[in-house]
Design a protein around this ligand. Structure first.
Ligand code: FAD
Length: 398
């Protein structure tokens, strides 16, 4: 570990957790990641070890069986894991968001029942906003829940569920109060409990996995809801949660954005490590390529971008941990880290010359993983909407 992307002011517990995760990544993830990724194989053994380490319950309070750690600890762990293999961080990401939603917005009964099972990783979470017709524009969702006696019947189609197959709980945003005056008060989050796996269970069908450019190993799925009957108690926050789904999910997405920034940092740290090693091995025109100033300067630019992304990610996490809203900081961190990740990974790829295009070199995998950072938890354009709107409020001319 070199001098970039270090974090000052960590507690002993945070430092111990990170050191254990770093060793785990070096020994148990990095040596296997590329082969599993090329085979698009779920990292079963890695995930089992992560359960043992308590990583599924890292932010869940101790009273529910978790480690009770902060968003910052979580984000730094994610950064480490993504340095090993971004897909593995994806296994805990949606799970972490759902646990956060239950903790922040759930009823006491939902917390008692779900969080202990989530803390061990026995039950895993997926998070579903997107539909075939919309992603950025959440208000355009068409999946609908209609009341039927004490129950609700849910109909519609959801898209892009990370961990959709293996999840036992899917936090799902749907339309409810049709005709409500604000479109944003017309949505409710349901905690849909389902059997893990593909196929149809009750009114839920998980058809199969989507074949992707990268982010392999972790299944991304659709979810079809056909007259799926659920009790009113499955609304996040109970009856009081009705009509609050949009705000609850945006709260979840805010912590999710810190997480994507952390994943982007993990990928670019690894891309930088590979590039600086390769640049000292490859020779052209009688010297190591790192001795061509054009290459050395690329490395300087890459390290600067890694450092900037890391610092903004840490800043956004610390702001949330201090109890403040971090919508702008999380948006900025996600935007900057994902764009830099794409640039740093591309430069690392170019430094590898033709070998970067070979599947034998790890950079080929990172090069396919980086673009998803630009999309997940809101594209760069969506982050810029959030940032610019907040700025225009702050700097409004009187
Ligand atoms: C691998 C993968 C995993 C995913 N996992 C999940 C998941 O677990 N749960 C979930 O709910 N979703 C998930 N998603 C969906 C993801 O959140 C969306 O793809 C993303 O929000 C973008 O939505 P979209 O694809 O519909 O693009 P669109 O919203 O159709 O956007 C298309 C383009 O238009 C731009 N654009 C849109 N609106 C504006 C605007 N107002 N101004 C300027 N430009 C604009 C966008 O930036 C983008 O470039 C996943 C996606 C992928 C690829």
């Amino acid at each position: 570990m070199g001098r970039i992307a270090q974090t000052d002011g960590l507690t002993d517990v945070q430092a111990d957790i990170l050191s254990a995760v770093r060793t785990f990544v070096d020994k148990e993830i990095l040596p296997y990641a590329t082969e599993l990724e090329h085979k698009d194989e779920f990292p079963e053994a890695i995930v089992e070890a992560m359960k043992e380490m308590g990583l599924f319950g890292i932010t869940i309070p101790e009273e529910y069986g978790g480690l009770g750690e902060s968003l910052l600890t979580y984000a730094l762990v994610v950064e480490e894991i993504a340095r090993g293999w971004m897909s593995v961080s994806g296994v805990i990401n949606t799970h972490f968001i759902v646990a956060y939603l239950v903790l922040q917005h759930g009823t006491p009964e939902q917390k008692q029942r779900l969080l202990p099972k989530m803390a061990t990783g026995e039950v895993r979470g997926a998070f579903s906003l997107s539909e075939p017709g919309c992603g950025s524009d959440v208000s355009a969702i068409t999946t609908r829940a209609t009341q039927d006696g004490d129950d609700y019947l849910i109909n519609g189609q959801k898209m892009w569920l990370t961990n959709g197959a293996r999840a036992g709980i899917v936090a799902t945003l749907v339309k409810t109060d049709e005709g409500a005056e604000s479109v944003y008060r017309n949505m409710t989050t349901f905690l849909l409990e389902k059997e893990p796996g593909f196929g149809t269970h009750g009114g839920i069908t998980i058809p199969g996995k989507i074949d992707k450019l990268g982010y392999k190993g972790v299944e991304t799925t659709e979810m079809v809801l056909d007259n799926h009957r659920v009790p009113a108690s499955s609304i996040l926050g109970g009856e009081e949660g009705r009509g609050k789904g949009f705000y609850q999910m945006m709260d979840g997405v805010e912590v999710g954005r810190v997480n994507v920034a952390a994943r982007a940092c993990g990928i670019m740290i690894r891309a930088f490590e590979l590039a600086i090693a390769y640049a000292q091995q490859r020779r052209t025109f009688g010297k190591q390529i790192v001795d061509h100033q054009a290459i050395a300067f690329k490395l300087a630019e890459m390290a600067t971008k890694v450092e900037a992304g890391h610092l903004m990610m840490v800043n956004a996490a610390r702001k949330k941990d201090s109890g403040q809203r971090n919508d702008v900081e999380a948006g900025m961190a996600k935007y900057l880290a994902s764009e830099y990740c794409y640039e740093v990974t591309t430069e690392a790829f170019r430094i590898h010359g033709g070998y970067g295009y070979s599947k034998e070199y790890e950079i080929e995998r990172l090069f396919r993983e980086a673009p998803f950072m630009l999309i997940g938890e809101g594209t760069s354009e969506v982050q810029k909407r959030i940032i610019s709107r907040a700025l225009l409020k702050d700097y409004k001319l009187q």
